[in-house]
Design a protein around this ligand. Structure first.
Ligand SMILES: Nc1ncnc2c1ncn2[C@@H]1O[C@H](COP(=O)(O)OP(=O)(O)OP(=O)(O)O)[C@@H](O)[C@H]1O
Ligand SMILES: [Mg+2]
Length: 346
């Protein structure tokens, strides 16, 4: 991980969140699109803070969820420096045979946080990373974690930090009363600026300025995409091949969002794309008006073509590469032509 990318300020901001004062009474939400570096930065900040921070990585495959909580329980005993019998019992499930790993973990965290607070006079922090994995397949677990986070914040026990990649997470969280204990505005980790991106490509990856500019124009400042195109380019791929791969990836997102011709959301998508291209962003309410049902809105918003920014309450395109794809496919997404009528003057 490089510190040359102007990321020091973000890591410092995260470290402040991870070291709450004694009477802190909120939980936190950290958002950002897929691949903006949230996990990398959260891990760096967690390990720099060290003691008192428990990191839980929610897996993409939820059948591994039990294992993830199991790991977090082990982690808790390390990070809170409690190795007593109670933890060992919890780990082996001796006295809690009926609790699921999630319930067991929460029970452990609560106990650990009490011990931690008694010893250090400040609350422990639990970072739940990649919570977007829960929102579609197992939203009830997200609700349980979040309700527990609210109660713990109320009781000054532990402070939870949810790290998520999709607008559907803050939306689900905002819709419940527990939202009243979320720290707002939500912290958002975004793309690198043009300067930071060029610095990464030129200085860190040794790519010539002229090529770096072309790669940046293709994917913008999304670190995961910059890294991929830089890797491919340095491996000797022609720019045209790199570009085609980016377009193919975006097309898959459009396909899963059902936004391609003859798909369910093609017509509505075309109108949204046209309006977004003109204004760059839509107020969330304006975006909502395109849909009759909340489920449809969730489906389109959850598929990584558009993205919701809770901090500003707006919707934008998900990435520069999405915009690039639209531009390259002006025949199926006629952005400029559709609103102009030719009026014949006699
Ligand atoms: N500062 C950095 N410098 C170089 N590469 C980075 C940096 N930050 C992240 N990356 C790389 O970008 C990729 C995505 O990073 P990361 O997994 O942290 O993103 P994320 O925001 O957590 O993604 P998701 O939303 O999908 O969970 C990783 O391959 C990582 O190695
Ligand atoms: Mg992540």
């Amino acid at each position: 991980m490089s510190y040359t990318l102007g990321l020091v300020a973000i890591v410092e901001r995260l470290k402040k969140i991870l070291q709450p004062h004694k009477n802190h009474s909120y939980y936190h939400l950290i958002c950002g699109e897929h691949g903006t570096g949230k996990t990398t930065l959260a891990r760096v900040a967690s390990s720099e803070v060290g003691r008192g921070v428990i990191y839980v990585d929610i897996p993409a495959d939820l059948s591994d969820l039990d294992e993830a909580f199991g790991k977090a329980i082990n982690f808790a005993s390390e990070k809170v420096s409690v190795t007593g019998q109670w933890f060992n019992k919890i780990k082996s499930g001796v006295d809690t045979p009926k609790l699921s790993e999630c319930g067991k973990a929460l029970k452990t965290f609560r106990h650990a946080s009490e011990l931690y607070k008694a010893r250090h006079d400040k609350p422990m922090v639990i970072v739940y990373d990649n919570v977007s994995h829960l929102v579609h397949k197992n939203p009830e677990i997200l609700d349980i974690l979040r309700d527990d986070a609210k109660h713990s914040a109320d009781d000054r026990k532990y402070i939870a930090v949810f790290v998520c990649s999709e607008g559907s997470v803050p939306q689900r969280m905002e819709s419940r009363s527990a939202w009243s204990r979320a720290k707002t505005p939500v912290m958002e980790i975004g793309d690198l600026s043009k300067e930071e991106s060029m610095e990464y490509l030129i200085k860190k990856r040794n790519i010539k300025e002229v090529d770096a500019k072309k790669l940046f124009d293709l994917v913008g400042g999304r670190i995961i995409e910059l890294k991929t195109v830089a890797d491919d380019f340095l491996a000797g791929q022609e720019f045209e091949v790199v570009k085609q791969e980016v377009l193919n990836k975006v097309e898959k997102k459009f396909r899963s969002a059902q936004l391609l011709p003859n798909d369910l959301y093609y017509e509505v998508g075309k109108r949204i794309i046209c309006d977004l291209t003109k204004s760059n962003e839509l107020r969330f309410l304006a975006f909502k008006k395109y849909f009759d049902k909340a489920k449809e809105l969730d489906e389109v918003l959850g598929s990584n073509v558009f993205s919701y920014h809770p901090e500003k309450n707006i919707v934008t395109f998900q990435s520069r590469s999405v915009e690039f794809y639209i531009h390259e496919n002006a025949d199926i997404f006629p952005v400029y032509g559709s609103h102009f009528k030719i009026i014949e003057v006699i």
